[in-house]
Structure formats: structure tokens, C-alpha cells
Design a protein around this ligand. Structure first.
Ligand code: C2E
Ligand code: MG
Ligand code: MG
Ligand code: MG
Length: 278
């Protein structure tokens, strides 16, 4: 089509296959939304100084009737392209709030858990996003301070005024904002001042290099100090071993998550972990 009318491009069988697969996936995704084929996993976010669970990150999965469990990176891009991330993301938000509210009720009023939900840039383009967040809180009864919205740097870099206003409206509810995968984007540090951010999540790639790459630890500690200077909470992502943990804890990184503590867990397994003493 790009070449104009009545023009033909060479169409390899492999291209047809991948095109067909794409169309199938798209139809499947539409069905999945109607049939509620999505599930949440919850990964604990741990206070590094004490080891206690301070919160959870909700991570979506697609239970495909034939293909089994599909990880988010295999369908989120298509969901964003087709706009289906909007209903999917709304379901994730409501479900995460509902589950966190239940667990907090059972835990009692002390030290309520926070729940973190990933938001796509496509969702932020919608004017009704603050209302969607607000109604997820109202319906679930989860206090706004227990909800964290995770955004990526790229989203903050190509920002518009409406985006800023929308984030401001969400913040005004009392919800906190986190920058996910911090350190991997093209961003300048200027946006950290401009955006009403509360938390930075240090990308796993920095944590990975601790112990492997000389100077990686000092770079990571530098990011932690930057966070502290700006009075932001710092969360290290993808902690896999005790060496990384002690390096981060010594550097006063406040929070962390990773396979060292727990993988993303089913609702039942998370519940087991939270309430095993009782
Ligand atoms: P993310 O938000 O940075 O989430 C962390 C990812 O790292 C998760 O992958 C988690 O399973 C994985 N992870 C955690 N600890 C470790 C570790 O110690 N080692 C390793 N190798 N990996 C670890 P997951 O669940 O596959 O999600 C991938 C990405 O998909 C997320 O990255 C997020 O960007 C996106 N995503 C997940 N759920 C949602 C959602 O509900 N909405 C949107 N828009 N995006 C989502
Ligand atoms: Mg995240
Ligand atoms: Mg991340
Ligand atoms: Mg490594």
C-alpha cells in the first residue's frame, strides 16, 4: 500500500506466516478480553533493612486456551497497538486494588501493603484515566496511599501538558508514582524535577552487574544517592543473590524485589506467603 495503488511487493511465505500469526493473535486477544483469560501474579517488594514485605507488584499473564501461559512482553505490544491495553489495563488495576484491599483487611490496620500496577503510555493518553483510577480505589476500598502507578521513562520523555495534568490528577488522589526500569531510557535528569515522581525503580541491568562489572556497584549506589537527594524511595529490581542484596542494603537502598526473595506468585501462593504464620 505504501508504494501506491496496483503495486506489488515481494511477499515471502515467512512474511505471510508471521502476518497470519499476527492476525490470529489479534483476534485471540479480542476474545481474551471478553472471556476474561487474564490473570495476575504478585511479586513481593521487600524492605531491605528488615526483610519484611512492604508491598506487591501486580504482573499480568494471559492464560491462552491452546498456547498456555503467555508472558506480558509477548502480548502487551500488540495490546498497545490495537488499543486493547485499555480494557486489559483497567482490569489489572481493579483486580490488583481488590486483592490488595482484601489482604490488607486480613492483615489488620498496621503496616498496610502497597500494590504497584504497571501503566502503558496508551492508557495515559486517555482523558478518563484519573476517573478509572479513582473508581478502582472507591470500589475496592483500597486507600489511595496504598496504590503505586509504575510508568516508564520513555513515557515521561515524550510528554505533553495533558499527560502532566493527568498524572497530577492521579497524584491528587493520593496515589504515588514510580519510574520503572530507571536508568534505561534516554531521559535527562530534568524530568525528575518536573514530574511528580515518588519512587524510582532501579533497572535490573544495574543490579545484574553488581559483582560482575567493576564500577557497576558504585554506579548503582550513585543512583540510590540521587534518589535520596531528591527524597524519593528507591526500589532495586531483579535481585537474584545474597551478594547483590548486601551491596544494595549497605548502600541504603530502601526496597527491592527479585527471585532471591520470590518470583511473581499466583494469588494463592502469595496469600500463603503473607499469612503462613496465622
Ligand atoms: P517490570 O514492570 O519491570 O516487571 C519486572 C519484571 O521482571 C517481571 O517480568 C518480573 O517477573 C521480572 N523479574 C522480577 N524479579 C526478577 C529476577 O530476579 N530475575 C529476573 N530475570 N526477572 C525478574 P514479567 O512479569 O514478565 O513482566 C515484564 C514486563 O511486562 C514488566 O516489567 C512490565 O513492563 C510489563 N507488564 C507486566 N504486567 C503489566 C501490566 O499489567 N500492564 C502493563 N502495561 N505492562 C505490564
Ligand atoms: Mg513494573
Ligand atoms: Mg522494571
Ligand atoms: Mg549477574
Amino acid at each position: 500500500k505504501k508504494k501506491g495503488k496496483d503495486q506489488y511487493a515481494v511477499f515471502e511465505p515467512s512474511m505471510r506466516e508471521s502476518f497470519q500469526r499476527h492476525l490470529e493473535m489479534e483476534a485471540d486477544l479480542r476474545r481474551a478480553v471478553l472471556r476474561h483469560e487474564f490473570q495476575l501474579r504478585f511479586q513481593p517488594i521487600v524492605r531491605l533493612a528488615t526483610g519484611e514485605i512492604s508491598g506487591l507488584e501486580a504482573l499480568v499473564r494471559w492464560q491462552h486456551p491452546e498456547r498456555g501461559m503467555i508472558p506480558p512482553l509477548d502480548f502487551i505490544p500488540l495490546a498497545e497497538e490495537t488499543g486493547m491495553i485499555v480494557p486489559i489495563g483497567e482490569w489489572v488495576l481493579r483486580e490488583a486494588c481488590r486483592q490488595a484491599a482484601r489482604w490488607n483487611e486480613r492483615r489488620g490496620p498496621e503496616a498496610p501493603l502497597t500494590v504497584s500496577v504497571n501503566l502503558s503510555a496508551v492508557q495515559l493518553e486517555r482523558a478518563d484515566l484519573p476517573d478509572v483510577v479513582s473508581s478502582a480505589l472507591t470500589e475496592s476500598g483500597l486507600p489511595a496511599r496504598c496504590l503505586v502507578i509504575e510508568l516508564t521513562e520513555s513515557l515521561l520523555v515524550d510528554h505533553r501538558q495533558e499527560t502532566l495534568d493527568r498524572l497530577g490528577a492521579i497524584k491528587a488522589l493520593g496515589v504515588r508514582l514510580a519510574i520503572d526500569d530507571f536508568g534505561t531510557g534516554y531521559s535527562s535528569l530534568a524530568y525528575l524535577r518536573r514530574f511528580p515522581v515518588d519512587i524510582i525503580k532501579i533497572d535490573k541491568s544495574f543490579v545484574d552487574d553488581i559483582g560482575d562489572v567493576p564500577a557497576a556497584a558504585s554506579l548503582t549506589l550513585g543512583i540510590i544517592q540521587l534518589g535520596q537527594a531528591l527524597q524519593l524511595s528507591t526500589v532495586a529490581e531483579g535481585i537474584e543473590d545474597a551478594g547483590q542484596l548486601s551491596e544494595l542494603a549497605d548502600g541504603n537502598c530502601e526496597l527491592g524485589q527479585g527471585y532471591y526473595f520470590a518470583e511473581p506468585l499466583t494469588t494463592d501462593a502469595m496469600q500463603e506467603l503473607l499469612f503462613r504464620e496465622s
